[in-house]
Design a binder for this molecule. Structure first.
Ligand code: HSE
Length: 304
């Protein structure tokens, strides 16, 4: 049996929705799984991460697939995995969540679906440690998550961006800024005024995405809990944000924990990406630009 798993890139936080909001983007990793009986684990990688990611049991898709075999009480007699990766690694576009879900969903189907989608989502969130990439990658669209008692509730919200996608420009500077480091530098306690700043804006970000009101999005998409600590550590990031505004984008934020930036516009405008790219160049960093839409669809599994 051959299984194809498609998982989208995601942008987390959306400015003020730190660890709570996430949006699926129209950029997909596609991975084929074949169960074999030769006791070998083979991974072939094309695209992002080729030549860098491990192709053995240390691969994170393999690791999460084996987690599902273990949980189901089954042994894995061999796996052949072929990855076509489009989500850049360590970019703030949810590549680690995509890998995690890919492995779990692929293994689950190979085993005859011992776990429901809800159980897979719960397990992936527990493994990742925060829900705001995993949940939109699984469900698609704009997703809000809360921790309720000992579990996470993730809800796909109505959003105009889901039906007629808002255009997003991602600019990814060539700068190593691991999520672990980006989380470690954040203060453990926050000021009440910063909490209020974010709560009020996060609500309006969801409303702006629901109605497609980009002007409101621009006013609401700022943050006091993580961006002020992270942006100064990414050379050129503040200048790139200013340049994107100057070039006419409606709203800009750090995508997830960075280092990429995400700019929202009503239609594709190359001037926005170019302005951001120049700002990073002036800070000595090369960058890559991705012109994308949002995705109403989440992860998809097909038996081929
Ligand atoms: N909410 C997480 C963070 C996203 O900002 O640390 C990481 O991709």
């Amino acid at each position: 049996m051959k299984v194809l798993v498609k998982v989208p890139a995601t942008t987390a936080n959306l400015g003020p929705g730190f660890d709570a909001l996430g949006l699926a983007l129209n950029l997909w990793n596609e991975t084929e799984f074949v169960a074999t009986n030769d006791r070998k684990i083979e991974v072939a990688i094309e695209g992002e991460g080729a030549g860098i990611l491990p192709c053995d049991a240390n691969n994170s898709i393999v690791d999460s697939a084996l987690q599902i075999f273990d949980r189901a009480g089954k042994s894995c007699n061999g796996l052949r995995i072929r990855c076509l990766n489009r989500v850049p690694l360590g970019s703030g576009l949810g590549s680690s969540s995509a890998a995690l879900l890919t492995g779990m969903l692929g293994a689950n189907v190979l085993l005859g679906n011992p776990f429901t989608d809800e159980e897979i989502l719960k397990l992936a969130i527990e493994t990742e440690g925060h829900p705001d990439n995993v949940a939109p990658a699984m469900l698609g669209g704009l997703v809000a998550s809360i921790v309720y008692e000992d579990r996470v509730i993730s809800l796909k919200l109505p959003a105009r961006a889901n039906r007629s996608p808002i255009h997003v420009t991602i600019v990814l500077p060539d700068f190593d800024f691991p999520t672990k480091q980006a989380r470690a530098i954040l203060p453990k306690q926050v000021d009440r005024k910063d909490a209020i700043y974010n709560i009020s804006r996060a609500v309006l970000v969801t409303e702006a995405l629901r109605t497609g009101d980009l002007e409101l999005l621009g006013k609401a998409m700022s943050d006091a809990l993580h961006q002020p600590y992270r942006i100064p550590l990414i050379p050129g990031a503040q200048a790139a944000i200013d340049a994107a505004h100057h070039a006419g984008t409606a709203a800009v934020a750090l995508s997830g924990a960075g280092p990429s930036l995400i700019a929202f516009s009503s239609k594709e405008d190359p001037a926005v990406g170019l302005a951001m790219k120049r700002a990073f160049e002036q800070a000595g960093l090369q960058s890559r630009t991705f012109e994308l839409g949002t995705s109403y669809e989440g992860a998809e599994v097909t038996i081929i």
